[in-house]
Design a protein around this ligand. Structure first.
Ligand SMILES: Cc1ncc(COP(=O)(O)O)c(C=O)c1O
Length: 375
């Protein structure tokens, strides 16, 4: 059996251990400490735009806290992009609220602004104005920020920017992660930088960050004893994990460059194959190309190619199955145009890690070409 090629595996810089060792040597083995502060400040400098960052246990916890801070509760509705990972939608249900799913457009594969407005108008006509909109920059490609914000502003609904997959991407020169009322990042093992598991909430003010940190550390009121006047969560990032993050920040730009070059390599290799198409960057969009995705000419081709790659010990995965098709979410309202269903049928994510070698990339291209010769 040939060695496994993973879809997207962790890629260390070599600097991580020095931050972790320092944490051990100084006994900062806790969910606070110099690495947490340092990682937050590295992220703030990177993102810029006067944003404030709270390092948390996961991107999911960041989404959950943003819903809590927007006052989402039992009986509320929250609009969520249907084509995404379930973590975008799960926290809506944690709050006793209901997700309302909105389909994608073809230019970025993200939330369709027209469908969004149709959904908002319809929910309002039914007597429930959505409390928030969760829009996602899938696979690193920014969503149509101006158009989504325009609709959100028109109806005065705050936007939570799910930037879990898009650290390092830009929309009209501005960093993804700074484009929502709240923004979230993920440092899960497969992301562009990883802390093994972890995430961050990005806020527009210092006060909002403080509020998030308060909620993330069990909502401890200011008193010498333990005093709580609201429900809290254990969502803070540990100082050890944050040490990995500090090391990873030193190579974020090179990870973006490498993922983009993987994408270009696949594009050059298959540009003459009329059964494969790619998502291009619209003008003003810069994708970190977290995952390189291709569209095949049919669902059958997509699945057979996936199986052919699997035989070669190469991991690939269909694009996200939309939330409106998920058994756990299918009972909720959805506003659809067929785009995310088609993308799920025909789309495949190819190995995309920043640690892929030239030989591995050649092996993947050879395996795909071999499939098309035989089928
Ligand atoms: C689009 C999206 N949103 C949210 C998350 C949740 O992040 P985490 O795994 O850090 O909780 C992920 C990834 O895991 C994701 O891909």
């Amino acid at each position: 059996m040939k060695p496994k090629i993973w879809l997207s595996s962790p890629h260390m810089s070599g600097n991580e251990l020095s931050y972790i060792n320092e944490a051990f040597e100084t006994n900062w083995v806790a969910p606070l400490g110099p690495n947490v502060n340092g990682f937050e400040s590295d992220l703030q400098s990177y993102l810029n735009d006067n944003r404030h960052v709270a390092a948390l246990a996961s991107g999911t916890s960041a989404l959950h806290l943003s819903l809590i801070m927007l006052g989402v509760g039992i009986g509320d509705e929250v609009i969520c992009q249907s084509k995404t990972f379930s973590a975008s939608a799960n926290p809506i249900v944690y709050q006793g609220a209901s997700p309302v799913f909105v389909d994608s457009e073809r230019d970025t594969w993200n939330m369709c602004p027209e469908q969004l407005e149709i959904a908002i108008k319809d929910r309002i006509s039914k007597g429930i104005k959505p409390k928030a909109i969760i829009a996602v920059h899938l696979y690193g490609m920014p969503y149509k920020v101006d158009q989504i914000n325009e609709v959100a502003l028109k109806y005065s609904i705050p936007v939570i920017e799910d930037s879990a997959e898009s650290l390092g991407s830009l929309y009209k020169g501005k960093n993804c992660g700074t484009l929502g009322d709240f923004s979230i990042l993920s440092f899960n093992g497969n992301k562009i930088i990883t802390t093994s598991g972890g995430g961050a909430l990005v806020t527009k003010s210092k006060e909002l960050k403080q509020k998030a940190v308060f909620l993330a550390t069990q909502a401890r009121d200011d008193a010498p004893h333990y005093l709580h006047s609201q429900i809290g969560y254990n969502y803070r990032m540990s100082n050890i994990v944050a040490g990995i993050g500090r090391g990873q920040m030193t190579i974020l730009d090179s990870h973006v460059a490498k993922r983009r070059s993987n994408h270009q390599f696949y594009f050059d290799a298959f540009k003459h194959n009329n059964r494969i198409t790619f998502l291009q960057e619209p003008e003003g969009y810069f994708s970190n190309r977290w995952l390189s995705c291709i569209l095949l000419d049919s669902k059958e081709t997509r699945e057979n190619l996936r199986l052919a790659l699997e035989k070669e010990n190469i991991e690939s995965r269909p694009l996200w199955k939309p939330m409106h098709q998920q058994p756990v979410f299918e009972k909720y309202p959805s506003y659809l145009n067929g785009v995310s269903d088609e993308l799920f049928e025909k789309g495949l994510c190819l190995p995309s890690g920043s640690n892929l070698t030239d030989n591995e990339l050649e092996r993947i291209v050879l395996a795909i070409n071999a499939y098309f010769v035989t089928c």
